[in-house]
Ligand binder design. Structure first.
Ligand SMILES: NC(=O)c1ccc[n+]([C@@H]2O[C@H](COP(=O)([O-])OP(=O)(O)OC[C@H]3O[C@@H](n4cnc5c(N)ncnc54)[C@H](OP(=O)(O)O)[C@@H]3O)[C@@H](O)[C@H]2O)c1
Length: 293
C-alpha cells in the first residue's frame, strides 16, 4: 500500500519517515521530501497526481490555538482548506484519507468522550478541525488523539516547555482541573502504520483521564527531573485568548476491542525518555513562541 504523509516536517509527520512513506513538508526542508503549500489547490493536485498514493495521512495543521483565534481565516485555510483540496481529489485519484484530528473537537464538559459523541467545538482551532472531519467519507479514517511530543513546528510542545522550564530553574504551573489522555506521536505513527491503515470511521486513541498536573508530574518523574518546583494552577482561574475545553479525555475502548491495544501513559513517557533530543541539535525556530498549557 502506497502511503503519502502531508506535514512530514511536523512533530507527528516526522515520525512516519522511518516507515519509508512518500510525503511533503511545508516551509521546512526535510531530506528527500518536496515542499508544497497545500492551501493552493493546484499544488495539491500536481503533487497527488504524481505520487498516486492509496492512502493520504493528513497531519498538516496550525496548532497554535490562540493564534488561530486571532486569525480565523488562516486557521480555516490550513486546518480546513488543505483537507478540502485533498478530499476533492480522493475520488478521481482513488485514495483514502486518514485525517489527524483532535480531542479538542469536544466541548470539554464531561470527558471520556467516545467515537459516537457529537463534536461541539468551543474555539476557532477546534471549529476548523471539526469542519474538516465533516467532509470525510465513511471509508476514510478520523483519528482523534491528544499528542505528546518533543517537537511541534507550530508552537513549543508541552513536553519541551515543561522540561526546559525546570532545567532553567523556573517553577512552571500546571492545571489540576484540565484533563486529557495524551499519547506520543511515535506511538500514533506506529499504530497507524502497523494496525490501522485499513481502519475506517472514527477512532479515539488515548491513555485514560489525567489532569495536566498529573501528566506533568509523571513525565518529569519518568525523565528523572525534580517534581518539587511544579506549581498547581487552575484553568478556571486563567484567561486564555481562545477558550480551552476543561476535560477532553478520550475513551479508547474501541481501539482495545478491535485491535487489542491499550496504551499506558508510563510506556509513552518511556518512549519520550528514550527519544529525548540533545538541545543543540534542535533548530532555534522550533523553540520560539508557543502555547504552554
Ligand atoms: N500538537 C498537538 O498537541 C496536537 C494535539 C492533537 C491533535 N493534533 C493534530 O495533529 C496534527 C499534527 O500536529 P503536529 O503537532 O505534528 O503539528 P506541527 O508540528 O505544527 O506540524 C504541522 C505541519 O503542518 C505543515 N503545514 C502547515 N501549514 C502548511 C501548508 N500551508 N502547506 C503544507 N504544509 C503545512 C507544517 O509544515 P512546515 O512546518 O514545514 O511549514 C508541519 O509539517 C495536526 O493536524 C493537529 O491539529 C496536534
Amino acid at each position: 500500500m502506497k502511503v503519502f504523509v502531508t506535514g512530514i516536517s511536523g512533530g507527528l509527520g516526522r515520525e512516519f519517515i522511518p516507515y519509508g512513506v512518500a510525503g511533503c513538508s511545508g516551509a521546512s526542508k526535510v531530506d528527500r521530501f518536496p515542499q508544497a503549500d497545500l492551501t493552493a489547490p493546484q499544488v495539491v493536485e500536481e503533487l497527488l497526481s504524481e505520487a498516486r498514493p492509496d492512502v493520504v495521512i493528513h497531519t498538516v495543521g496550525w496548532v497554535d490555538v490562540d493564534a488561530c483565534e486571532r486569525d480565523p481565516g488562516r486557521a480555516a485555510s490550513i486546518n480546513f482548506r488543505t483537507l478540502l483540496h485533498l478530499r476533492r481529489l480522493a475520488v478521481p485519484l482513488r485514495f483514502r484519507i486518514v485525517y489527524i484530528s483532535t480531542n479538542d473537537v469536544f466541548p470539554g464538559d464531561r470527558g471520556m468522550y467516545r467515537e459516537a459523541d457529537r463534536p461541539d467545538p468551543i474555539n476557532v482551532y477546534s471549529m476548523t478541525k471539526a469542519a474538516a472531519e465533516a467532509i470525510l467519507r465513511p471509508c476514510d479514517l478520523i483519528l482523534r488523539a491528544p499528542l505528546l511530543s518533543w517537537h511541534c513546528n507550530g508552537k513549543v510542545s508541552f513536553v519541551r516547555w515543561l522540561v526546559e522550564s525546570l532545567e532553567e530553574e523556573d517553577s512552571p504551573t500546571l492545571f489540576t482541573d484540565q484533563f486529557t489522555s495524551p499519547v506520543t506521536a511515535t506511538t500514533l505513527a506506529r499504530l497507524l502504520m502497523v494496525d490501522l491503515l485499513e481502519e475506517k470511521g472514527i477512532l479515539h486513541i488515548g491513555t485514560g483521564r489525567r489532569s495536566r498536573w498529573e501528566i506533568g508530574n509523571a513525565l518529569v518523574r519518568g525523565l528523572g527531573l525534580p517534581t518539587g518546583r511544579i506549581r498547581k494552577g487552575s484553568l478556571a482561574g486563567h484567561r486564555f485568548l481562545a477558550p480551552r475545553p476543561r476535560d477532553v479525555s478520550l475513551d479508547s475502548d474501541l481501539l482495545a476491542k478491535r485491535h487489542g491495544r491499550k496504551i499506558r501513559l508510563e510506556e509513552e513517557i518511556e518512549i519520550l525518555r528514550e527519544r529525548r533530543p540533545r538541545r543543540e541539535t534542535e533548530p532555534a525556530t522550533l523553540r520560539a513562541g508557543g502555547d504552554r498549557q
